[in-house]
Design a protein around this ligand. Structure first.
Ligand code: GLN
Ligand code: ZN
Length: 759
């Protein structure tokens, strides 16, 4: 006899399409090469396909309102007419152009600020609130997508960002403005929208409150009570949705809310299940997020069922099952992967495959395991094949790792002693000039690389082209009179993929794209096994570049934390173990570079800060292993080898002790957009080593003036002594063109020369 029907659902589906259809339509629309109609047709088709997939997988609901032409938080601002007043869109029906102006800026206004969605690589457009903010429901687009979903005949669960998280994720330009003062007015509009959904026959609404995963103070916690009391009448049932962290510590606050259920992330925080089972109000549903929405590994379905079956016994039809979070954080489908290793492919599950997994779980819970015997066996086989694979486990790596405590993460001597030796060896002027690593990736370079990949040109032809670019980069830098040169990274498609391709333990998908923001997608490499370095990765280019000049040319590496952070990582061992393996691989490269006579080696760690856990209580542990990994990669350097690191987009003040503890001889950071304010923290902290605060923003083609850069450096000199300061741009120059790069660097070198005369 069938048991109660288990309810399966998802929290959101990728909107970019199997082959990035949305990206290509958006970009052609922006270039005026295709019409608004085509854009909307593409959107409509993508939604239809996504819903069909969900129906085919037997989900109880299809997810609606999760689609967006750019970003769902932007859509949410539009939904409540809460777009920044500076655009002057108030009271106006927004055109498609207006919408994109908010996201990308227009002739008069810069775009809304963009920032990372929690600890993901998805970027949302930060809502701007102020005393002038007024909310007015503007639901035409939202409701038309809901109606479109209803028209499929399926049961529809609309997706809404909750009022408290919406305010929390926004920011205010006005000083001292309390965003929570907007809550009553905002909730009044939510109430109108929810009434409208009731009227449409919607039974459940998914209301996302991911801010509950963060450290909230009392004021914000109280806001939940206030907000949900204001929207309690004449509305569909609400599934309060949380993800990325445990929300168990707020259980007393949450269970007091007038909602009808909660979704919890049991992949990131499985330990919270017990708490929720104990306190779940008797009329609530519990949506168990058991399939990883942040990673690409196939689920161990037998294992998951072991967790779910007792829960189902207790909750019966009040148990729902789902991925841990929206699937926008994973690629769409494995269907088009032709080149993935045959052994590895069955270990993976992208969004479409995760829908199938949900389906199997749902069948097993409803009709018993027997009914899906074959699917469960296939899952177990894949799990077993992965667990036992000789491709995953490498004895040499585990042996080396077991002895890792014998490798000191510290350099031989203190910074002061190293600095003396390095100054003798390098003989640099005061305020040395340098760049961050990459020079323009011209269409020529890219075309040659694709030709090489398609075997249209030979390896030696390709190498000759790379050498020509290195030669050109060195010549340009010598002509500019830069003190510490770089080879320009012409051979690198991407700072992680380039190394991943040369390391054991990495594999790559063809179509595993994930939306980063708007039309921008990334394809993170996949770390599936023990990582080690079979052969030197950068030595040849470094040696060649150094052979062209007597000035030092920096060796250029990506650090272990960034390699980890920007890949899909193993879930069969803790992240810190993978970081240590990466650290040893990079360490080997540092060693080889210095043996090849390279005197300065830069180990980039732009992703160090974004790896910080969402809850501050977990920071210390993360920082300890992340910093150790970096140091292990660097500590093989002789005292006279100068280690640089680089970080961008970062707020540093709260992690300065850790950055200092990394003990890089030189750190280059992005500062120009904050007019060097960022440096104050370094000054107050008495940061001991050398710093290169970026003197110009490489994100724009604008050529900065000598005066502007001098002013910035003078500000820097007030905080950091001249003998510990470098002069460099904010970040690498790969997205720039050569002419503007030369002009900007000319001015940068002049800045350093002017200042040297004044000192
Ligand atoms: N060395 C890299 C470059 O110059 C650093 C890029 C980064 O920090 N994101 O491109
Ligand atoms: Zn950078």
């Amino acid at each position: 006899m069938d048991r109660i029907m288990a309810i399966a659902h998802i929290l959101g589906y990728p909107r970019i399409g199997e082959k990035r259809e949305l990206k290509f339509t958006l970009e052609s629309f922006w270039k005026n090469e295709s019409s608004e109609l085509v854009l909307h047709q593409t959107g409509c088709e993508l939604r239809k396909t996504n819903w069909q997939k969900q129906q085919d997988a037997g989900l109880e609901f299809i997810s609606a309102g999760d689609f967006s032409y750019y970003d769902h938080v932007l859509d949410h601002s539009v939904l409540f007419s809460a777009t920044p007043t500076r655009f002057g869109f108030k009271g106006k029906a927004l055109t498609q152009q207006d919408y994109f102006a908010l996201a990308r800026g227009n002739a008069d206004q810069p775009a809304q600020e963009m920032t990372k969605w929690f600890d993901t690589n998805y970027h949302y457009l930060v809502p701007e609130f102020g005393p002038e903010t007024e909310f007015l429901i503007n639901a035409h687009e939202f409701l038309s997508q809901i109606d479109e979903a209803i028209a499929t005949g399926a049961k529809v669960k609309p997706n809404l960002l909750g009022p408290v998280s919406f305010l929390y994720l926004g920011k205010s330009r006005a000083a001292d403005f309390d965003r929570l003062s907007l809550l009553p007015a905002l909730c009044a509009e939510y109430a109108v929208l929810l009434n409208e959904l009731t009227y449409r026959g919607i039974e459940w609404v998914q209301i996302d409150e991911p801010a509950l995963g963060l450290d909230l103070d009392q004021q914000w916690l109280d806001a939940y009570k206030d907000a949900y009391a204001r929207i309690r009448n004449n509305r569909p049932k609400l599934l309060l949705t949380t993800y990325f962290e445990s929300v168990a510590r707020y259980a007393p606050n949450i269970t007091a809310l007038p909602v009808d259920g909660i979704h919890i992330d049991l992949v990131r925080a499985p330990e919270q299940l017990g708490v929720w089972l104990a306190v779940l109000p008797s009329h609530w549903v519990l949506s168990a997020g058991v399939i990883d929405g942040r990673n690409i590994w196939r689920n161990d379905l037998e294992n998951t069922l072991e967790t779910l079956i007792p829960v189902e016994k207790k909750l019966a039809d009040r148990l729902w099952i789902a991925p841990s979070c929206s699937l926008v954080h994973v690629p769409v489908t494995l269907t088009h992967e032709q080149n993935l290793d045959a052994e590895i492919k069955p270990w993976l599950a992208f969004s479409d495959e995760k829908l199938q997994e949900l389906n199997v779980l749902q069948q097993a819970l409803t009709h018993g395991k027997e009914s899906v015997k074959e699917s469960l066996a296939a899952s177990s086989n894949a799990i077993l094949s992965r667990r036992l694979s000789t491709r995953v486990h490498d004895k040499k790596v585990s042996e080396r790792l077991s002895k890792i405590n014998t490798i000191s993460p510290e350099r031989t001597s203190s910074f002061v002693q190293r600095s003396t030796l390095q100054k003798q060896r390098l003989n640099l002027p005061l305020l040395p000039t340098t760049t961050i690593g990459s020079f323009p990736q011209t269409t020529d370079i890219r075309a040659s690389r694709s030709a090489f990949r398609r075997s249209e040109i030979s390896a030696s032809d390709y190498q000759a082209i790379i050498q020509k670019n290195i030669r050109n980069a060195i010549e340009q830098q010598l002509q500019l009179d830069i003190d510490v040169l770089v080879h320009g990274e012409a051979e690198r498609n991407d700072m992680v993929e380039y190394f991943g391709e040369q390391l054991a333990g990495y594999t790559f998908s063809q179509n595993g794209w994930v939306q980063s923001y708007g039309s921008r997608c990334v394809k993170p490499p996949i770390i599936y096994g023990d990582v080690y370095r079979p052969a030197a990765m950068t030595v040849e280019e470094a040696r060649y570049a150094q052979s062209l000049t007597t000035r030092p040319v920096k060796g250029m590496l990506t650090g272990p934390v960034t390699m980890l952070q920007w890949s899909f990582v193993r879930d069969d061992q803790p992240r810190d173990q993978t970081a240590l393996q990466l650290a040893l691989a990079i360490r080997d490269e540092v060693d080889d570079l210095q043996k090849a006579g390279i005197a300065i080696i830069q180990i980039d760690e732009p992703a160090l800060r974004e790896g910080l856990p969402l809850q501050a209580g977990k920071w210390a542990d993360y920082l300890a292993w992340a910093v150790r990994a970096f140091k292990l990669s660097a500590s093989v350097a002789d005292d006279s080898t100068q280690i640089h690191t680089h970080m961008c987009y970062a707020e540093f003040n709260d992690i300065l002790p850790s950055i200092a503890n990394m003990d890089a001889d030189v750190i280059t950071i992005e500062t120009s957009r904050s007019a060097m304010e960022l440096l104050d923290g370094f000054g107050e902290f008495k940061y001991p080593n050398e710093i290169g605060p970026g003197v110009y923003d490489i994100h724009s083609p604008r050529v900065p003036s000598v005066e502007a850069m001098e002013k910035l450096m003078e500000r820097a000199l007030q905080v950091i002594p001249a003998d510990r300061l470098w002069v460099n741009p904010d970040c690498g120059l790969k997205t720039r063109g050569w002419p503007e790069t030369i002009e900007a660097l000319k001015n940068m070198v002049q800045t350093a020369k002017n200042l040297r005369l004044k000192l």
